[in-house]
Design a protein around this ligand. Structure first.
Ligand SMILES: [Zn+2]
Length: 438
């Protein structure tokens, strides 16, 4: 071993392996020869490596199988070194395994079978992609977008293997819009989540009863019997799917406040449109850009926003009354017991039953139709914060990653974001270390 390769072996750092040769390569793959010790920036480092210990079977990890066949040299992208891309080059063997009798390609310290990047590179890519746009990560590591996503998935899978599945007691079912750029015939996906942890556990195209049924089909009977509550929006097919499964007869269905308020917000937006935009130009001007203001709860508005709302309410009494109804509904959903929720809902139904006020009447009808699952909130309150968080993560993911075609990627990435295993410095360290374990 020359001094040069010895030093590189130490820096590269895989026990039982050594660097035997190093060369430099330009972006076009041509060899770059250092001129008076200078290698131009951006030149890639190619480390040709060799095994110093006995081979291991990649299937069963048995040591010392004979060489069955030597394969052609391959390359793996590794972590960059001083800003230069690094490739590991090695010609692996197929091992005649003394234990399992297989002929698998030998175990490599730096990568799992069939991978084209080292484990540690994949972990770094995943940490970066957690907070960086794809284009930054792809440029930083000189990988294609496709490769970044694959590397990220492999890193996330490695992390998933370190955790044990938490018990599933409260299931959340939610439909999500795939975004305008989605080119599928299906515009929606259904996401099932474990509301005990706030993590999504399943994702499927569509939002029909059959969609939920195919999720339920993935659950073991023991898991089903452990489920106490299913929290969902007021989308009828979801409840139907739960009710159609005899193994879930004991499950209580609730409509979580987040989705009930979303429904109320839709009524409010409808009414606002009717009031402002079907009126004259002056009213249209007054109502422009106020949608979000009407959707905000009174306690979350600032003083100037309160003034603006009061001004708008003076223009139209129906809007003021509708806003009051929505605020009242918000309070009712927080009521501590069934009788209080019932009394409150009755009061709201009385205030919304006029057929002339079409949007509020629609809210009236859906509250009435979903009476039991709303009242059930008193006894089985799902964690609204988690439902909201999943919702926000979804929005962020779809906004940033338009064109995600791969539902498996969406699910894993969403779970990764929700569980956030890189919250603290220590946690980032652990996550990156998953890449160095041989
Ligand atoms: Zn083996």
């Amino acid at each position: 071993m020359s001094q040069r390769t010895r030093i590189l072996t130490e820096i590269w750092g895989y026990r039982g392996w050594k660097v035997v040769e190093v060369s430099f390569e330009g972006a076009d793959g041509s060899e770059v020869v250092p001129i008076s010790g200078h290698v131009p920036p951006g030149t890639a480092v190619v480390l040709r490596v060799a095994r110093t210990w006995a081979s291991r079977c990649a299937t069963c990890n048995a040591i010392g199988g004979a060489c069955h066949e030597r394969l052609p040299a391959r390359r793996w992208a590794d972590l960059p070194m001083s800003g230069r891309p690094v490739f590991i080059e090695y010609a692996p063997i197929r091992v005649k395994c003394p234990r399992c009798g297989g002929r698998a390609v030998e175990r490599l310290a730096w990568a799992e079978p069939h991978q084209r990047q080292s484990r540690r590179l994949q972990q770094h890519v995943a940490v970066d992609a957690f907070s960086m746009p794809l284009v930054h990560v792809a440029t930083k590591y000189r990988l294609s977008w496709h490769t970044v996503r694959r590397a990220e998935l492999d890193a996330i899978r490695r992390w998933e293997l370190t955790r044990k599945a938490p018990a599933l007691e409260v299931v959340g079912l939610d439909e999500k819009y795939l975004g305008r750029r989605n080119r599928r015939a299906e515009r929606f996906v259904t996401i099932a989540s474990n509301l005990g942890t706030g993590e999504p556990i399943w994702i499927g195209l569509g939002r029909r009863e059959a969609t939920v049924a195919s999720f339920l089909a993935t659950l073991e009977p023991a898991t089903k019997s452990g489920i106490r509550v299913a929290a969902m929006d007021m989308h009828r097919p979801f409840a139907n799917a739960i009710r159609a499964d005899p193994a879930l007869a004991h499950v209580v269905i609730v409509h979580d406040p987040f989705h009930v308020m979303k429904r109320a917000g839709e009524a409010m937006s409808e009414l606002r449109k009717e009031v402002f935009f079907r009126a004259g130009a002056e009213m249209r001007r007054a109502g422009r850009g106020t949608r979000w203001l009407f959707l905000r709860s009174w306690e979350r508005t600032t003083e100037p926003q309160k003034r603006e709302l009061r001004r708008l309410f003076q223009l139209n009494g129906r809007l003021a009354r509708a806003y009051q109804v929505v605020e009242e509904l918000r309070a009712v959903l927080r009521a501590p017991d069934g009788p209080s929720i019932r009394t409150g809902l009755h009061r709201i139904l009385r205030r919304t039953d006029k057929r002339a006020n079409r949007p509020l009447r629609a809210l009236h009808d859906s509250l009435k139709a979903h009476w039991n699952p709303i009242v059930a909130l008193a006894e089985h309150r799902p964690p609204t914060g988690r439902i909201e968080a999943i919702n926000n993560n979804w929005e962020a993911l779809v906004r940033r990653g338009r064109g995600y075609r791969n539902l498996d990627y969406l699910l894993r990435k969403l779970r990764f974001i929700s569980a956030n295993p890189v919250r603290t410095g220590q946690a980032v360290r652990c996550f990156l270390d998953l890449g160095s374990a041989a």
